[in-house]
Design a protein around this ligand. Structure first.
Ligand SMILES: O=c1nc[nH]c2c1ncn2[C@H]1C[C@H](O)[C@@H](COP(=O)(O)OP(=O)(O)OP(=O)(O)O)O1
Ligand SMILES: [Mg+2]
Length: 201
């Protein structure tokens, strides 16, 4: 089986990638498998900068091609917050539950019509001796008033997807992949670099 390294510590992201890449014959490995102690500091102010930082640091350290993912939630009523700070919104401990509570609290008095939001994802691909490339995807929705569903990770329980009339966390993994910011970015990557995902690694 072909292997692909995703430069992430996030198990929820890893599952999303497994859903999308297993059908293509890939076993997904993450930093939790190949470099437990590698924690790249996300000093960028855009998803793109952070994705590039993570992909290049890990590719360089391991000497192999990797894909990184920097992603987050932009809420219009909060001027795009939490954005690149999505993981650390309620503090450095990176608690999904505390982050959701903080969003719900901040939007407490905001009516449905003003709760529009989107997930964004930038994937960076970095390989030894090659120029790093990035691909972005987004997914439009709105912030619910309470949690719904048990699937997914992060902000999925409070992100309503109009097209499916469900919260992201109520979608099956393959349904999420078909409409998500991550799915959209990965489809761009595979269209633009078809050979990359098909080579033996
Ligand atoms: O599909 C998603 N469904 C729900 N929430 C999501 C999604 N995609 C990103 N998110 C949230 C989770 C986290 O709060 C932040 C990502 O932050 P981000 O720095 O890219 O990831 P991370 O620190 O969790 O792992 P790592 O940097 O090791 O890849 O956006
Ligand atoms: Mg991170």
């Amino acid at each position: 089986m072909k292997k692909i390294v995703i430069a992430t510590q996030n198990k929820g992201k890893a599952k999303d990638f497994e859903t999308m890449l297993a059908p293509l014959g890939y076993k997904v490995l993450t930093l939790l498998d190949v470099a437990q102690d590698m924690d790249v500091e996300e000093t960028g102010v855009t998803f793109e900068e952070n994705a590039i930082l993570k992909a290049e640091a890990v590719s360089k350290a391991l000497g192999i091609p990797v894909i990184s993912d920097d992603s987050g939630l932009e809420i219009d009523a909060l001027n795009g917050e939490p954005g690149v700070y999505s993981a650390r919104y309620a503090g450095a401990a990176k608690s999904d539950s505390a982050n959701i509570d903080k969003v719900l609290e901040k939007l407490n008095s905001v009516p449905d019509s003003e709760r529009t939001a989107r997930f964004r994802c930038v994937l960076a691909i970095s390989a030894p001796g090659q120029q790093t490339e990035t691909f972005s995807g987004s997914c439009e929705g709105a912030i619910l008033h309470e949690r719904r569903g048990d699937n997914g990770f992060g902000y999925d329980p409070i992100f309503y997807v109009p097209a499916q009339e469900k919260a992201m966390a109520e979608l099956e993994p393959h349904e999420k992949a078909s409409i998500s910011h991550r799915g959209n970015a990965l489809r761009k990557l595979s269209e633009s670099m078809p050979a990359w995902l098909n080579e033996e690694k």
